[in-house]
Structure formats: C-alpha cells, structure tokens
Ligand binder design. Structure first.
Ligand SMILES: Cc1cc2nc3c(=O)[nH]c(=O)nc-3n(C[C@H](O)[C@H](O)[C@H](O)COP(=O)(O)OP(=O)(O)OC[C@H]3O[C@@H](n4cnc5c(N)ncnc54)[C@H](O)[C@@H]3O)c2cc1C
Length: 431
C-alpha cells in the first residue's frame, strides 16, 4: 500500500492522513481552529483503528491530498485575520548570511501549511517561479530574484516515540537548526551534537545532507514530509528516497526545485556513542575523563572549534564552505601525490580519494585574497567573504577565478557547495 492515504469521516469535517500501518494524522475542528493530532499506534486498539480506516465500505471515504489540506487554508494568513500578504520588492540582504543586497520581486513568510499552500497557489496563478528560503546560509543570489520568495517558518517540535532509550522526534522546517540541536541536548538525546552551530533551518538540512566533524544528518535521519509544488501533494520520503550523498540529496539533483520540505524527523538515542575522532574534538576534550564525557561536552567542543575557525556571518558575510571537497579515482590521487607530496588525501570506502579543496585554493595563493567588497577568508580558504556593498555576480566571478586557477594548477574541477540562485526578470532558473 502506498502512504499517505487521505480520508474523511463521512458526515463530519474530520480528515485523516494515514501515514503507515501504525501512524495517522487526525484533523478536527475545535472551536474556530483546526487541530492536527499525530497518532502513533503502539497498541492493538489503535492499530485496529488504522485497519478499519483502510477497509473498503467503512465510514471513511478516500479524498485527495488537496481536500485533506483544504481546511488548513482557513488559517492561511500570517496573523490569522487579514488577507494573504505578499510583499513586493523586498531586500533579501537581511535574510541571507552573505548579506548581499538583492530584491525579491514578491516575498511572503509562511507559518502554517495553509499559508504555504496559498503561496503555492498564488505563484501558480501569477505564473511566476517560487523560491524557497530557509536561513539563507547556503545561497548566493546573483541578482534580483524575479520570483515569489517563500520564507518557510513552519515551527514545532514533536516527540513521536520514546522507549526510554531511543527517541523519534520531528521538527518543523522553519525551526533553526542550531536551536533544534540545543533542544535535543537539553532533553538528553544524543546524535546531533557534532552538527552544533551549523546555521540555517531544519527544513534545509536534508537538502545537502549537512555534515561536520564526522557526522552527517543521514546518520540520524528518519524521514521527511514534503509538499510537491506542481500539485500540492504531501509525500513522505525515507532515507533511501532522499538518496543522500556527500553534500547531496535527491533534492539537489533529480527533484531539484520540485518540493518544499515541511517537516523532518530524526532517530536519536540517549546513550549514543560519542564521535570524538574527527578534527580537534579529542584534543578539546582532554581535560574531561573519557568516562565522564557527555553529548553536551562534544557539542561545546565543536562550538569552540567552529568559533575559532569560521567567520561568524553576523560579523562578516559568508555562506560557509563555498566549494565541495572533490573526490577523484585512486590513480589520479596517486599522480597528484607524486607532484604534491604534502597534499592531504582521504581514501573513501568506494575506492575513490577525497581531496581538500581548501588546501588546493590556499596553495594556489588565494587565502586572504581581497577585492574591494569581497574576498577569501584569511583563516579558511574554502570560505568566500563579503565585506559589504558587493554583488552576487562579483562573488561568483571570484569563485570562477578560483576554480580556473585550481584547474590550471592541479587539473581538478571544483564544484560550488553553495546554491547559485539566478532568477532574472524574464524567467530563468536556479543555476
Ligand atoms: C558560517 C557557516 C558555516 C556552515 N557550516 C556548514 C557545515 O559545517 N556543514 C554543512 O553541511 N553546511 C554548512 N553551512 C551551510 C548551511 O548552513 C547549510 O547548508 C544549511 O543547511 C542551509 O540552511 P538554510 O536554511 O540557510 O538554507 P537556505 O540557504 O535558505 O537554502 C538552501 C537551499 O535549500 C532550499 N531550501 C531551503 N529550505 C527549504 C525547504 N524547506 N524545502 C525545500 N527547499 C529548501 C533553498 O531554495 C536553497 O536552494 C554553513 C554555512 C555558514 C554560513
């Protein structure tokens, strides 16, 4: 059976989305408000309820995903009272960590599923592209954006199951990633501590399978819910369907620009093993005896290391690592090693070898390079920085110059990790 299955209880307004044999969402109207309950069926009577729902000829009748989401349109406005508010010509500088001035032709903040669906319907009606914006920490805007920019601010953190050891927890796409990680640590749930202090939103975290200090979200990922832009269908993706890779997922490849991720769930563990073998974490934790170390200690260590190495976007515009670390066949790595014996190389399980883009950029003489408004960070050559007053195209020009110079020196093609956004007035797409 393919889930979710959308149903309505005959003779009532109540609608249901059966998410699997042991979970369903029930939407009922309480007073003037729609209430959605996520029911996890751990016991026999609840599981039987799911079977009853799916049985032909029972009191539940199938409906479309549109009809299921329809009631939520009623609370579609930002404040729950006025008309749907699309703003015009909004400067996106405050909404992106590069802090580059570029204007969204239309802009809307959505805090409910209804508002999101209304935004999608609006873009469809006006025949304009829609660009999803989270924390703006992984995008370079090449210019003004002739699209409806939708700032996803769906919040809420929900524990879906907890057996005393393992916890399944889901978070709205608009939750801040770092705050979410801190919340999991406050609750004593381990697994995400190495990913502390990564900027951005929970919703964007699966986009590029965010990773740091030996951990990627795929290690703790359970599933995500996403709404398809073309028809509004709500679909659940498991890890396999997300097809995660190094700073990659299906949402950056085949399904690029087709979905809005609305909720992401993680499997966490109160006594998960601490991952301290990567970078300087072990050195940072020297003062704490091994048996006394906690997930929080690892998070604190990661935060200290990151603060000492990476520029804070509040002080200086940047989007973290601008380029991915390339991987090459072993023969290519061997040849490079002969020419450059100091070159860092990391063998991968698939036989390929990962190279350090930052090292190559540094060797090519770019570390600390400055142009009037922008340049390359002086401590971390992988990070391009914006001092103020620059444009996205200027920064992209610098990126192209760096890529050409690394190609010339090492024969390696660098690829940007940061999403390049180019939606000019006469149509166009996210590059
Ligand atoms: C200082 C700094 C350090 C960083 N360190 C790391 C690091 O260690 N590891 C790492 O992996 N990344 C790192 N990053 C990159 C960035 O923080 C992550 O990629 C983050 O997940 C981006 O989230 P965001 O909400 O800001 O995404 P945005 O920049 O808003 O969006 C990125 C892309 O995802 C799309 N998108 C956003 N939200 C959704 C959604 N809900 N549904 C569908 N599409 C969506 C956008 O359209 C865009 O294409 C760093 C960035 C900075 C500035």
């Amino acid at each position: 059976m393919e889930y979710p299955v959308y149903l309505q209880l005959r003779g009532t307004e109540n609608v249901y989305a059966v998410q699997g044999p042991d979970r369903f969402w029930e939407c009922t109207r309480i007073g003037g408000q729609w209430l959605r309950q996520d029911v996890v069926c751990n016991t026999w009577p609840d599981r039987q309820r799911v079977l009853d729902m799916l049985e032909d000829g029972g009191p539940w009748e199938p409906i479309s995903s549109q009809a299921f989401l329809g009631p939520w349109l009623e609370d579609a406005t930002e404040d729950g009272q006025g008309a749907f508010k699309v703003k015009e010509h909004v400067d996106l500088a405050p909404w992106t960590t590069f802090g580059i001035s570029a204007h969204a032709r239309w802009f809307v903040q959505v805090t409910t599923m209804g508002a999101l669906r209304e935004a999608m319907a609006w873009a469809e009606e006006q025949k304009v592209p829609l660009l999803v914006l989270g924390g703006g920490s992984n995008m370079l805007l090449h210019g003004d954006v002739h699209a409806l920019v939708v700032l996803v601010q769906l919040t809420g953190i929900e524990v879906l199951s907890d057996d005393g050891q393992h916890v399944e927890v889901a978070a709205g796409a608009g939750e801040g990633w770092h705050d979410f990680v801190m919340r999991t640590l406050d609750e004593g749930w381990g697994g995400l501590e190495n990913l502390s202090l990564i900027p951005g939103s929970v919703g964007a975290s699966p986009m590029q399978n965010i990773g740091a200090y030996g951990v990627e979200i795929q290690d703790r990922f359970a599933w995500l819910d996403a709404v398809r832009l073309s028809d509004g269908a709500l679909q659940r993706f498991d890890a396999e369907q997300c097809d995660f890779g190094y700073r990659e997922s299906v949402f950056k490849r085949g399904q690029k620009g087709l979905w809005v991720i609305v909720r992401v769930a993680f499997d966490l563990d109160r006594s998960s093993i601490l991952r301290t073998g990567y970078g300087a974490i072990e050195a940072e934790l020297q003062a704490i005896p091994k048996t006394q170390r906690t997930h929080r200690d690892v998070s604190d260590a990661v935060i200290r290391i990151r603060q000492s190495k990476l520029p804070d976007p509040k002080q200086i515009g940047n989007a973290g690592s601008f380029f991915k670390n390339p991987s090459v066949p072993a023969e290519v790595a061997q040849k490079l090693f002969l020419d450059h014996p100091n070159m860092p190389q990391y063998p991968l399980p698939d036989g390929r070898v990962k190279l350090a883009a930052g090292w190559m950029i540094d060797q090519a003489g770019w570390k600390g390079h400055k142009r009037d408004t922008h340049g390359v960070h002086d401590k971390q050559a992988l990070v391009l920085v914006h001092f103020g007053g620059g444009t996205g195209l200027e920064i992209w020009q610098l990126a192209e110059d760096i890529m050409a110079s690394v190609k010339q020196r090492f024969g390696i093609d660098l690829e940007p990790e940061v999403n390049q956004i180019s939606i000019p007035r006469k149509g166009g797409t996210e590059a």
